[in-house]
Design a binder for this molecule. Structure first.
Ligand code: MRU
Length: 337
């Protein structure tokens, strides 16, 4: 069964998303027709994953011009509102900066602003689709055949405009007849691994086993995992990688057990302006995500919780970074763009 597009346009130029907070139980599409609605969808993870939130924000900017008198100020206001939703993924900032640049150029040239921005948002999405395909090819060549891959969070089709980043090599190997299977960390607290990664792999016919996050080290010690592949929200110039909270622990366990630890990301996730991981802003989310799940208490009432959405894996724990421009040693990735 094909994986549905996580984002698209409606016939009248609104944004249509698959609400990822409802998966795997319900496949519901939601129409977003204002900038605020797109910002809310990004903030609440109805749309999520670094490349996809960049695409959603770019598409969201165009909504500012629907029905009103198109102006550069309107575009800048929309970009500011969308840019304030989530701080860690650099794709969001990159896509919005690109939309603002295109708006300025269109205004200076007297072009139709709404049309120019719609085409730019389409280009960002299409380029991401192509980058995912190239990551898949590069990763499949690196792995080279049958494999058992452990992954954390969801860096698949649901997180991008294409076949994903971490999952792209898996889909590429599966499509060419290799026996490839996945161990998916459930990814507390919001369960992107068990709810989303397992959902899209199962739909695609890729065998997947879900484990609780605390089981990853034991699974890596067992000796049957070929490699770990994770995505990234931002890669600093020195190769340090911000990704979903828990990734760092998986990298430490992979190193301890001699399992290669790969990061797969488009070059739009590399941030040459951030020198190292310590400068990557880490989103802090509400404690209720840790102390409860959908209205059910997971901790006693009144107990506090720490809830960073991402962590930083130092470059020295990363075996290689698989990008749309090839495979790099982490220390060389800053020079790849
Ligand atoms: O909070 P999320 O679900 O947006 O976090 C997603 C991740 O951490 C992904 O691994 C990352 O964005 C890469 S998606 C290709």
């Amino acid at each position: 069964m094909p994986i549905p597009d996580p984002i698209g346009w409606t016939g009248d130029g609104a944004v249509r998303i698959l609400d990822q907070t409802l998966l795997p139980g319900e496949e519901r599409y939601v129409t977003l027709d204002t900038v605020d609605a797109v910002a809310e969808a990004i903030r609440t993870l109805r749309v999520r994953g670094a490349p996809l939130i960049g695409i959603a924000a770019a598409m969201g900017v165009t909504l500012a011009l629907r029905g009103g008198s198109p102006s550069l100020d309107t575009v800048c206001g929309a970009a500011a509102a969308l840019g304030a939703t989530r701080p860690t993924a650099v794709n969001l900032r990159g896509a919005l900066a690109r939309m603002a640049r295109r708006a300025a150029a269109a205004a200076a040239a007297g072009e139709n602003l709404a049309l120019a921005l719609r085409h730019e948002a389409d280009a960002i999405r299409e380029e991401d689709r192509a980058m995912c395909a190239r990551i898949g090819a590069a990763g499949a060549e690196l792995i080279g055949g049958d494999a058992l891959v452990l992954t954390h969070c969801n860096a698949g089709a649901l997180a991008t405009g294409g076949i994903g980043t971490a999952l792209a090599p898996i889909y590429a190997l599966h499509a060419t007849g290799h026996r490839v299977a996945v161990v998916a960390d459930e990814t507390r607290p919001l369960l992107q691994g068990s709810r989303l990664t397992a959902w899209e792999l199962a739909r695609s016919g890729v065998p997947v086993t879900v484990i609780a996050d605390g089981m990853a080290a034991s699974r890596l010690r067992q000796g049957d995992v070929t490699c770990v592949i994770v995505g990234a929200d931002r890669i600093a110039a020195n190769g340090d990688v911000a990704n979903k909270i828990g990734t760092y622990g998986v990298a430490l366990a992979a190193r301890a057990h001699g399992v290669p630890f790969y990061v797969a990301a488009p070059t739009s996730t590399i941030d040459p302006l951030t020198p190292d991981g310590a400068r990557i802003p880490i989103e802090q989310r509400g404690p209720e995500e840790v102390t409860g799940w959908r209205g059910h208490a997971a901790a006693p009432a009144g107990v506090g919780a720490w809830n960073p959405a991402f962590d930083v894996t130092p470059a020295e724990l990363v075996t290689a970074i698989i990008t749309d421009r090839g495979v790099f040693a982490p220390g060389d990735v800053g020079g790849s763009i």
